[in-house]
Design a protein around this ligand. Structure first.
Ligand code: ADP
Ligand code: MG
Length: 318
């Protein structure tokens, strides 16, 4: 198979899906967009490198899902509606069975979110993917990191630490019971981007961010950008109860990577609206702390004392 065949057979499924906002997709030297003039455009890229972000023997359908899901999660964190994507792939070889599985999963998730693949690039390389996603919000209504205010509640979607626990099992650092591992591994391989929740929070939340490098590290991005501090209640952080017996539990929920849950702040007056947004988007959420004056983030245990063994999250260059 050559590159032309690859593009024509596998990557052109959305080439004919054109409309007033997307005038040209895969097939020319560039795609043409003509977005609504009242929209703000959100653009973001995320790269996944084999051996670093995924095991190169990962199932193609899981890999395709993850590449798109982590980028959808960035749109969710902005309160944006994802619309278009460009996929660049460096593959060591072109294998039809592999490409079929990869593309079926990719387009299944894309179609579920009405995201169109409008371009990309393909080259021979040792497993590297970059996806650029383009989304939109109504003008001026993005959820930004710098908008948290003192007194805000801090909320998180879903359950934290499962992906990190699965990864530690993969690395043989712990041995999870089989059903626990299955649940955690499913979360690690197939994160659910919280796009509907992000959209529903547009006029309700102040600041938002998705958790990819661990709760504390990502919360610190919001606090730093918003010049405030926070108290987090350790016992309120949602996770899988079966994980609590492990010595690594606190590290998993505070600093584990790959959760792709939504972390956001909202004023206490909006509690009811926040809960309604969660219900409307069928997303479980938990209130885990408050934003306060100051510069640091404190993690508090049930008796109000400070939990000090805080690991700060994943840093690729650490
Ligand atoms: P060029 O030589 O102009 O860069 P390419 O041969 O790389 O063109 O790509 C031809 C068309 O196929 C372009 O529209 C490009 O966006 C699209 N394309 C190439 N690779 C991918 C990919 N991995 N995913 C989606 N579209 C792709
Ligand atoms: Mg090219």
């Amino acid at each position: 198979m050559n590159e032309f065949e690859l593009i024509h057979t596998y990557l052109s499924r959305h080439a004919d899906k054109l409309d007033d906002e997307c005038l040209l997709g895969v097939g020319d030297d560039a795609a043409i967009l003509r977005p609504n003039a009242d929209a703000d455009i959100h653009i973001s890229s995320d790269m996944l490198v084999g051996g670093r972000h995924f095991f190169t023997d990962v199932r193609p359908e899981d890999l395709a899902h993850k590449i798109l899901a982590v980028n959808l999660s960035d749109m969710a964190a902005m309160g944006a509606t994802p619309r278009w994507a460009l996929l660049s792939a460096g593959l060591p070889q072109l294998d039809k069975t592999w490409l079929d599985a990869f593309c079926n999963a990719f387009f299944t998730l894309a179609d579920a979110h009405q995201v169109r693949l409008i371009g990309g690039d393909t080259t021979r390389a040792d497993w590297v993917f970059n996806l650029t996603i383009i989304g939109q919000t109504p003008r001026g209504r993005a959820l930004r990191r710098d908008a948290a205010q003192v007194g805000d509640d801090i909320w998180v979607s879903g359950r934290l630490g499962l992906a990190a626990a699965a990864l530690d099992d993969q690395w043989l650092k712990v041995r999870l019971p089989e059903t626990t591992f299955t649940t955690c591994e499913a979360q690690r391989l197939r994160p659910q981007a919280r796009v509907r929740l992000g959209e529903a929070l547009r006029d309700i939340a102040h600041a938002a961010q998705d958790i990819s490098d661990g709760l504390l590290q990502d919360l610190n991005h919001i606090l730093h950008a918003s010049s405030c501090a926070a108290d987090i209640w350790l016992e309120h952080i949602p996770s899988l109860p079966d994980l609590q017996e492990f010595a690594e539990y606190h590290q998993w929920i505070l600093a584990g990577g790959d959760d792709y849950e939504l972390l956001f702040t909202a004023p206490p007056e909006q509690r009811e609206a926040v809960l309604q947004a969660a219900q409307a988007s069928q997303t479980p959420i938990s209130r885990i702390g408050i934003v306060r004056k100051g510069t640091a983030c404190r993690v508090l245990t049930a008796d109000g004392s400070e939990y000090l063994e805080t690991h700060q999250g994943f840093d690729h260059f650490a």
